[in-house]
Design a protein around this ligand. Sequence first.
Ligand code: NDP
Length: 338
Amino acid sequence: MVKARKFVFASIFDGEPKQSDFELQFEELPTLEDGDVLVETIYWSVDPYMRVQMPKLPVNSTMIGENIARVIESNDPKYPVGSYVWSFFGWRDLTIFNNNMDKKEKGGNHIPPYIVEPIANIPLSQRLASLGMTGLSAYFGLIELCAPKANETIVISGAAGAVGSIVGQIGKILNCRVVGVAGSAEKCRWLKEELNFDAAIDYKNENIEEALQRLAPNGIDVYFDNVGGELSSIVMSQMNEFGRVALCGAISTYNLKSDRTTNIPIQPIIIAKQLKVEGFIVNRWFMRWEEGVAKLSQWILAGQLKYRETISNGFDSLPTAFIGMLRGDNIGKALVKK
Ligand code: NDP
């Protein structure tokens, strides 16, 4: 009998998640039946949306999330042993799925896993990063919603994270002036020296208002927002008329115990500057996924797009990696490796 390990959501998050909010459980897996596939997760993605989504599910639910897994036993010829799949199995190590079952849960998943073919010279883990949800959020969110033109100024919050670091580099490929906002001097150094950002602001140690005036002297045309809250109100108040804002995330609000509004009312600024502000969920472009992956991998292979991973080792490190990512411990994409 094979035993799987999984982390469940043991109590409703109250502010910042803590170790005791997660409980390790064991599950005996049955013998494989016709059409069943047994996979072992190799990489887990830890993402901010888990902080928002888990409290909507019942306590004791398996932690949700994307994975790259390897097929280790298979009764389905579409999933040969040794192949890799993208999946949404969450925080568990071994999972049985059966694609012939209509939404019937086996291993707690009903989004059909799909085979990922390795791309030469790009690690498989990037399927959860620059070539996955976060990279595609950067690509489609920036290009489709903000339509940046050469020489325009783009400001990105959460700039040293998985989404933000890709947004800024695409901005540079499009010949824009790129200013990142991130939470440490080391993150700002990385953005400027290694990713070629024109400027970076350490929002924890600098006056953002003054820094933006200095570093975006022609005003801001595009704001790609990963953070929300007061920081975003300050950025938007320095935008040019007809600027475009993509609301990707609002991580500064995720750990708040109750809804809190910013000190700066944002609506009059949006009106006065005639801004176009649009929120998005990346799945909107699901039908164009392959187009985005093709473009992003082409830039990576040409050396125009760099990626960085903050990898924690071992299944047991999932809660720590998740808590650390929310605190800003990661540079680039936060992942956990088997
Ligand atoms: P990141 O890799 O950027 O990791 C999270 C980062 O957020 C931390 O490293 C930290 O960096 C920063 N952060 C945490 N708390 C705060 C705060 N109070 N104020 C400012 N920054 C903070 O995560 P992702 O790139 O995966 O996600 C970025 C954003 O995009 C999130 O809001 C997420 O929810 C959203 N998202 C939305 C998608 C969509 O479809 N709309 C898809 C994917 C992500 P620092 O040190 O700089 O503070």
